[in-house]
Design a protein around this ligand. Structure first.
Ligand SMILES: [Zn+2]
Length: 169
């Protein structure tokens, strides 16, 4: 059977339209899920019973204590501390945390951590182990998990787009 003279266009490649492909040598910022577990608490407003509601500035990913925590993207460790990273009055104690600056106003924050593998000023690649999951912090009791925040443009944003397709901002 002869091959058709004009092969059917591939999906998304209609004839006459120019299709842009990202050059292999210029990949989008590589993004790595910090822990493999699923999202067990979403970003945004959370009803908190008699305490009213509060804003959850990140997502919680299921994990076990001692699991390695990996950098979401490459960057520079900007801050290491413990307690409330935002130092708000009556703030939330997230335990020990690490912040990584990814440039262009994007940073990621990880808590609660133990066995830290980085210090302020360290350069890290995407996927580098920065520490291990600690027992749940006072602000987020319950099952062990990793609290992950992404900040962009000066405020927190939903980290999920960074986790789903490696894309994001
Ligand atoms: Zn959380």
């Amino acid at each position: 059977m002869p091959a058709p003279a004009t092969p059917a266009p591939a999906r998304g490649e209609e004839p006459g339209l120019i299709t842009f492909h990202r050059p292999a040598e210029v990949p989008a910022a590589r993004t790595v899920r910090p822990v493999p577990g699923r999202v067990v608490a979403d970003y945004g407003w959370v009803a908190a019973g008699e305490a009213g509601e509060h804003y959850h500035h990140g997502v919680d990913l299921a994990a076990r204590e001692g699991d390695p925590v990996r950098a979401l993207r490459g960057g520079t460790v900007r801050r290491v501390g413990s307690g409330d990273p935002d130092r708000r009055e009556g703030g939330r104690d997230l335990g020990q945390f690490v912040e990584i600056d990814h440039g262009e106003g994007v940073l990621s924050r990880y808590a609660p951590l133990t066995d830290l593998q980085v210090k302020v000023g360290d350069r890290v690649e995407a996927g580098a182990v920065i520490g291990r999951v600690a027992s749940p912090p006072p602000a987020e009791p319950g099952a062990p998990h990793l609290h992950l925040e992404v900040h962009a443009g000066g405020g927190s944003v939903d980290p999920k787009p960074f986790l789903d397709d490696g894309g994001g901002i």
